[in-house]
Write a protein that binds this ligand. Structure first.
Ligand code: 6R9
Length: 646
């Protein structure tokens, strides 16, 4: 296996310093297994409820779950007000860092004022509990304030990543039935202001249900203005009272919708609700990262427009009274050490990010982080795709100084919070594997018939019990919810759509989306394994692998690779070397049919490679929908560089 050859089968025990005072110890697994519902009920007590629940879980009508039935609470109160009431008003909630270098420090008391003012503004604009509010903002504090203001009044927020196009925004406004949009004139990206308002104007012109557009001034660039519809944030929010009495909402009241792309063109509006969601994100944030509210400086380096931002920039950290860093820009602006500079400046202790970023840092070289003091770091996290052992080891060594556990967290927009991951004070880490289900979570690897596999053979990942932060439905489409997730193995088994295998030690290895599993001459080979092998070669920085239709083998393996910057020769010889390398790692059957050297790969904002588009290229087709790409020009770049396919 590539995993073991790359790491020499090394595992990493929990560091003494962390294990000795970890928030959770090994007994947590037994406790959860003994009585799963009692376990989650205990975790729900972390929150302040204004009315107790009657029943922990109602699963009488699967797959439609109700958690903490009859309970009532306010999410914004739990994230903000109660910490102020407990005497922590002066604690910093966010150290915000703008890309140009401007900063804002926001304490819990200030956040409370801002959220109340924004809530009062929404009420003045006629937003009611249950109404949908779209948020299309850069990574500025108003994004968090807007989300919490919605939660406070029971409005359902629907955040759309600021890099998405007017079309993507329009279809989400339409599908969710949004009544109001919160946006800004623009945001900073790669050292320059980038406009947001024009996309909103375009999208809203097609969405008659949107009554108002509230505009935050961020860059000061010119904007078109529609009188009567558009309002400056400063005009409508700033004059409001900072007092607002939070109302309690039912545990199953909708909290937010987050759209995620499926295999078909129409994005799915994943619905999350109040009590169960907050319980699981709060507890996982505290346990997975060993969060100590009085000491830690926590940084999820991701966008709020991704579920990771919702759960681990906003709701998890705030519910735990964490001090967080929030950064607006890109890692290379104005220089490639920007992240390390931020860690040094704020004394960040926990860093959570995606493997794709780690591989970019690897390409830039270890000398960049070496120039900064990263000694405050104690726990590292990974999310978004499998982290290949090569990147794991680099992250461990060059960012974590060899002393920080890496928590590789498998979860999805649909699951709301962490589902499979090691615990920093408990688990012996196996690089490349997300390892074991989180306490209180039941996951299995099964074959096509639903029989459990635990012998290293490749199968499908399923979740066999409902969990508190699970999606409740696809907005407006209960049938699609049932069909997509709960029909393959019956209404009690959640089909995650990921390939996986479980090794003899009980560790789960995620192998990418099942539609990323290739079938070469009848052998199932995961794109992830071939990619992991390729990036294990010293010449390769990043790799993306797809299965292209092949007249003889069914599918042929086509690899796109980005080389490290060492100026190596990218000719035939290297291609042969890489093919042999994969052959040796995994087996001759896994040798790519074609390897193409490219400058960039098409990625979504959350760092996932859009293999669908690469498959289009590998099979010489017209490109499909590119609206969820961070940068659609990447595709032209790749196409221009390619030799004609054989
Ligand atoms: C949180 C998030 C979900 C899909 C998921 C899987 C992949 C995420 C992973 C991982 C292996 C990990 N994924 N984390 N694969 N190891 N630690 O990413 O949500 O954007 O909905 O993506 O991402 O394929 O099914 P989302």
């Amino acid at each position: 296996m590539s995993e073991t050859t790359e790491t020499g089968g090394r595992t990493f025990s929990p560091p003494e310093a962390i294990a000795a005072r970890a928030n959770v110890g090994p007994e947590i697994y037994e406790e959860a297994a003994a009585d799963r519902l009692a376990f989650w009920a205990k975790q729900a007590r972390r929150l302040t409820w204004t009315q107790d629940w009657d029943e922990v879980l109602d699963w009488s009508n699967p797959p439609f779950a109700k958690w903490f039935v009859g309970g009532k609470l306010n999410v914004a109160y739990n994230c903000v007000d109660r910490h102020v009431e407990d005497g922590h008003g002066d604690q910093v909630a966010y150290h915000w860092e703008g890309e140009p270098g401007d900063t804002r420090t926001i304490t819990y008391a200030q956040l409370q004022d801002e959220v109340c003012k924004a809530a009062n503004a929404l009420l003045e604009l006629g937003v009611n509990a249950g109404d949908r509010v779209a948020i299309y903002l850069p990574m500025i504090p108003e994004a968090v304030i807007s989300m919490l203001a919605c939660a406070r009044i029971g409005a359902v927020h629907m955040v759309v990543f600021g890099g998405f196009s007017a079309d993507a925004l329009a279809s989400r406004l339409d599908d969710s039935g949004a009544v109001l949009v919160i946006t800004s004139d623009g945001g900073y990206r790669r050292g320059a202001p980038s406009a947001l308002k024009p996309a909103v104007d375009d999208a809203v012109s097609r969405s008659p249900g949107v009554r108002n557009v509230v505009v935050v001034k961020r860059t000061g660039q010119d904007v078109e203005w529609t009188e009567g519809r558009d309002l400056w944030w400063d005009d409508v929010v700033e004059r409001q009272s900072p007092e607002h009495e939070p109302e309690s909402f039912d545990a199953e009241h909708p909290l937010y919708i987050m759209y995620t792309s499926g295999t078909t063109a129409k994005p799915k509006g994943i619905l999350h609700t109040t009590g169960g969601y907050l319980t699981q994100v709060s507890f996982t944030h505290w346990a997975s990262f060993d969060l100590k509210p009085d000491d830690d400086v926590f940084w999820t380096a991701a966008d709020v427009g991704w579920v990771t931002g919702h759960s681990y920039i906003v709701y998890g950290p705030l519910s735990n009274r964490a001090t967080s860093v929030m950064y607006e820009g890109t890692p290379e602006t104005p220089h490639r050490g920007r992240w390390w500079e931020i860690i040094q400046k704020y004394g960040v202790t926990i860093l959570y990010t995606a493997p794709t970023v780690i591989r970019t840092f690897m390409k830039w070289g270890e000398d960049v982080p070496k120039g900064f003091d990263l000694s405050t770091l104690r726990v590292l996290g990974s999310v978004g795709e499998p982290i290949n052992p090569e990147a794991w080891l680099w992250y461990h060594e060059h960012v974590g100084g060899g002393r920080c556990p890496i928590v590789d967290t498998w979860w999805q927009t649909e699951t709301g919070g962490h589902m499979i991951n090691p615990l920093p004070g408990v688990t012996s880490l196996v690089p490349g594997s997300a390892q074991v289900p989180f306490p209180g979570i039941s996951a299995k690897v099964v074959d096509d018939e639903g029989n459990e596999l635990s012998d290293d053979s490749t199968g499908l990942l399923v979740l066999t019990e409902p969990w508190p932060s699970m999606l409740r439905t696809i907005w407006g489409d209960d049938d699609r919810y049932v069909d997509t997730y709960w029909s393959r193995f019956g209404k009690n088994v959640y089909f995650a759509g990921d390939g996986a295998k479980k090794d003899a030690d009980g560790n789960i290895w995620l192998l990418g989306r099942v539609d990323d599993v290739m079938n070469v001459s009848g052998h199932r080979i995961s794109t992830t394994e071939v990619e992991s092998s390729l990036v294990g070669h010293p010449a390769v920085a990043e790799a993306a692998v797809v299965g292209a239709t092949d007249p003889t083998t069914g599918q042929g393996i086509v690899a796109f690779v980005i080389l490290r910057e060492s100026g190596v020769d990218s000719g035939d010889e290297l291609v042969q070397t890489l093919r042999n390398h994969v052959g040796k790692d995994i087996g001759p059957i896994a040798k790519p049919r074609q390897i193409m050297v490219v400058q960039e790969l098409p990625k979504t904002r959350s760092g996932k490679i859009m293999r669908r588009l690469l498959r289009d290229i590998a099979e010489n087709r017209e490109l499909g929908d590119v609206t969820t790409l961070t940068d659609s020009s990447v595709m032209n770049l790749i196409k221009d560089k390619l030799p004609a396919a054989p």
